[in-house]
Design a protein around this ligand. Structure first.
Ligand code: HEC
Length: 161
């Protein structure tokens, strides 16, 4: 194959991969929850990265799961919460689809839950926009991105007892 043809074939493939990547992400309003609150498909269309998920879990400015949950071997976290159950063994208790549903919108699994809905943009009251004193206008950004949800889910799936 002439070099030019190879280069353009690569370019076409890269463009297609980008389009597929974008099309594969499920927007928060299009998420389909099963009756048990689980979500069968990856929200980003990609596999999660457990190492990244472990960081998001304890990061106060993103997941901040650690504000309410504890995991025995996370001695790196300064403070661990007790509002929610300890997550040791969460990967044994729940299938990946169920973990995804809980992280995206826990109220689909636990109707009265105080756990924040991390992948939701409308239909509930959120405090004001930053410190402007104005109420937020919908659609609000999700608290975690589709890929961040997948990363956290991949991390939770590793928590086996
Ligand atoms: C404001 C407190 C709060 C925050 C923040 C929070 N959760 Fe929760 N979570 C709860 C509570 C409370 C429950 C228990 C279920 C219920 O609400 O009845 C729960 C339940 C869960 C469960 C099921 C528990 C089990 O093992 O049976 C998982 C998994 C979970 N949370 C993961 C997370 C992750 C991951 C994050 C961060 C992205 C997070 N939670 C952030 C309060 C919280």
């Amino acid at each position: 194959m002439p070099r030019q043809a190879v280069v353009s074939a690569v370019a076409v493939f890269a463009a297609l991969a980008l389009t597929w990547g974008a099309a594969a992400e499920i927007a928060s309003q299009d998420v389909i929850f099963a009756d048990d609150g689980s979500i069968a498909q990856s929200l980003s269309g990609q596999a999660g990265d457990a190492e990244q998920g472990a960081r998001i879990y304890a990061d106060k400015s993103s997941g901040n799961c650690v504000a309410c949950h504890a995991i025995a071997d996370r001695t790196d976290a300064e403070f661990q919460g007790t509002i929610g159950p300890a997550l040791d063994g969460a990967g044994d208790r729940w299938a990946v689809a169920q973990l995804r549903g809980i992280v995206a919108d826990a109220k689909q699994t636990f109707p009265e839950s105080m756990m924040p809905s991390l992948y939701k943009t409308s239909g509930y009251v959120r405090p004001g926009d930053g410190f402007t004193g104005k109420s937020g206008t919908e659609p609000l950004p999700t608290l975690l991105s589709a890929q961040q949800i997948e990363d956290v889910v991949a991390y939770l799936a590793t928590l086996k007892e």
